[in-house]
Design a protein around this ligand. Structure first.
Ligand code: DX5
Ligand code: ZN
Length: 219
């Protein structure tokens, strides 16, 4: 059983204090920082890009788990790697050649993730599972924090976990969207080992980040 890791999403952080916010996450026991990059085209929201990631890089020693909700994505991969991303996760719907994008991320010596929207089937990435480090299962439609968890994706995680065991391949399963104190154990039981959370970590218990991270790590 892989150790459960918490990757807080800074989409729910105070954007006017991002440097301090990621320091708070590190001090609060986060395992990595989930950075939601949105371009207002692949998703109906616009957040941050390489310059902000570069500015944040030295404020925190944790890995940057960068979730690229942008399309096209291939031509921007190098910029996010240069800015300091450690894990680069892309959406298959956002690249004309998923294999080419996966290989480019690996060439840059970064960990590669592939993200599936709630309605996207695992079939789309079956042929690539042996090349990737992480599958990011969306439990909301991407674009905004604070949305309602979609429990129907749990069966997708179970299916992915089954395939992983049958093929004996090692990749992390990360779940992203609407994770809270009532559903995180369902995600873990289904097979997720990395939990992304924004609203629950930043807003619950009067914003007590350490308490909220500890609660999500409670078995
Ligand atoms: C949504 C993002 C998620 C989101 C998670 O498009 O990919 O990472 O910020 O935030 P919560 O935990 O509030 O759903
Ligand atoms: Zn995300």
């Amino acid at each position: 059983m892989k150790k459960i890791q918490i990757s807080p999403s800074i989409l729910s952080a105070d954007f006017s204090q991002l440097g301090n916010e990621i320091k708070r996450l590190e001090e609060g026991g986060a395992d990595m920082i989930h950075v939601d990059v949105m371009d207002g085209h692949f998703v109906p929201n616009l957040t941050i890009g390489p310059p902000v990631i570069k500015a944040l890089r030295n404020h925190c020693s944790l890995k940057f788990d960068v979730h690229l909700m942008i399309s096209p994505v291939h031509k921007y991969i190098d910029a996010y790697a240069d800015a300091g991303a450690d894990i680069i996760t892309i959406h298959p719907e956002a690249t004309e050649d998923l294999e080419k994008s996966i290989l480019r991320i690996k060439e840059l010596k970064k960990k590669v993730g592939v993200s599936l929207n709630p309605e996207t089937k695992i079939d789309l990435i079956l042929d690539h599972l042996d090349k990737i480090d992480l599958v990011l299962i969306m439990s909301v439609n991407p674009g905004f924090g604070g949305q309602k968890f979609m429990p129907e994706v749990l069966s997708k995680i179970k299916e992915l976990k089954k395939i992983q065991l049958e093929k004996n391949i090692n990749f992390d399963i990360e779940i992203d969207g609407g994770i809270n104190f009532d559903n995180y154990k369902l995600a873990i039981e289904a097979g997720a080992n990395i939990l992304v959370s924004g609203t629950t970590i930043f807003k619950s218990n009067n914003g007590d980040i350490k308490k909220n991270i500890d609660l999500l790590k409670t078995e």
